[in-house]
Design a protein around this ligand. Structure first.
Ligand SMILES: [Zn+2]
Length: 64
């Protein structure tokens, strides 16, 4: 990098101040109480919303 384009340590650090990770949001499943991601199916029971649930991988879902 040419010396005229060189960023100072301060400019570099200020730019990287926006690179921090954000915490993952989680919500409790109203069906089984396990933690799940918002707007996603529950990994434990497959619950999505009232009237809709999907079968989770590796879980023997009850046959209806
Ligand atoms: Zn659940």
């Amino acid at each position: 990098m040419l010396p005229v384009q060189r960023k100072t340590h301060s400019q570099t650090r200020h730019g990287r101040s926006h690179h921090g990770l954000t915490a993952i949001q989680s919500a409790a499943c109203p069906n089984c109480g396990d933690t799940k991601l918002p707007h996603r199916a529950c990994r434990n029971c497959g619950y999505v919303r009232p009237g809709l649930s999907v079968r989770a991988h590796g879980v023997a879902a009850a046959k209806d």
